[in-house]
Design a protein around this ligand. Structure first.
Ligand code: KPL
Length: 319
């Protein structure tokens, strides 16, 4: 058996650790890139699986396992980097690593929101040796309990697709689909990212602004705001050449509200913990694309502004 670690995850947040767990469980050799690591080390991770619906009496067993952490300049064997940092960190985290990654190493972005792929594609496309960029989105629910301890809170669809440069090698494609439950490879990933953007552009800012869980948004008083955000999003996407089914998009948002009713969105948690949010890459992205097409997007502009205000209040220490 080949024990060389050839897959690296950049970003050890909740999603990064979940993907790591799923790949390790499927027998793949995975490690994390330690952005400030000077020498290689090992880290023990803990994972609590989902309680299965027909076995809710039994407490799920916590699983512990160890994975390598690489120094950023020791990445010669890496053939696939899965980027799980927040959308606003992608460029700063990845750009300095590109010179240390082998020329045939493929990059896969997996984060909420949109935008970084546009800035990254020219850096990947022009590389000698044949680098490639794929994009992905996941709706799996996961909660980080302590620094290296996560708990899966929900199943969900994960979609991957090619975006620029050379396609991901078939071996890695198959491995990802085998390892990640409910995952699929799609021919056109950008429409899938817009659909996920619709979920995040409604649930995330509204739960943060109204300090509520996802399920609260099923109340009729939120209907018009959700509708307006989605009208604008679908219109902007159309001008970007992406045709979305308006009815289906809204149905999907309400399905997620129902399925994750008890959860607090990632943006709600970011505001609650006084962290920066991904609002610029979610509603901000919609507003920027609207501006590029000379369209107005008042509902998205409003929630973008309100969340920026919440971020600024925390920054100034007001709560
Ligand atoms: O992706 C999410 C998030 O919180 O970022 C949703 C689907 C809204 C679940 O909370």
């Amino acid at each position: 058996m080949n024990d060389v670690v050839d897959i690296a995850i950049l970003g050890a947040g909740a999603v990064g650790q979940l993907i790591c767990h799923q790949l390790v469980t499927a027998g793949m050799n995975v490690g994390f890139i330690g952005r400030n690591a000077l020498r290689p080390s090992q880290q023990t991770l803990s994972f609590t699986p989902l309680v299965s619906a027909n076995n809710c009496q039994q407490q799920p067993q916590e699983i512990h396992y160890s994975v390598p952490i690489f120094a950023a300049d020791a990445l010669d064997n890496i053939r696939l980097v899965i980027v799980c940092v927040k959308a606003y960190q992608v460029l700063d985290a990845l750009a300095p690593l590109l010179k240390h990654l082998p020329s045939q190493c493929h990059i896969l972005l997996l984060h909420n929101g949109m935008g970084p792929h546009l800035a990254l594609a020219p850096l990947i496309d022009g590389q000698a040796g044949g680098r490639g960029l794929s994009l992905g989105t996941t709706s799996q629910g996961v909660l980080r309990q302590t620094r290296w301890q996560i708990k899966q809170t929900g199943q969900g669809l994960t979609q991957f697709g090619h975006f620029a440069g050379l396609p991901l090698d078939e071996h890695y494609r198959r491995a990802l689909l085998h390892a990640i439950p409910g995952s699929e490879w799609v021919d056109a990933i950008i429409p899938c990212l817009w659909q996920k953007l619709a979920v995040n552009a409604t649930i995330n800012p509204l739960t943060a602004i109204h300090n509520c869980n996802n399920g609260t948004l099923a109340q009729p008083k939120f209907y018009d705001t959700i509708s307006n955000i989605l009208d604008e999003l679908v219109n902007v996407a159309t001008h970007d050449g992406i045709s979305l089914d308006r009815h289906y998009v809204q149905e999907r948002v309400y399905r997620v509200i129902e399925l994750t009713a008890a959860n607090y969105s990632s943006m709600h948690q970011d505001i609650a913990h006084q962290r920066r949010t991904e609002i610029d890459q979610i509603n901000g992205y919609i507003c920027e694309r609207a501006k590029a097409h000379n369209l107005s997007a008042p509902a998205n502009t409003k929630v973008w502004g309100l969340v920026k205000q919440l971020e600024a209040e925390h920054h100034r220490g007001i709560s």
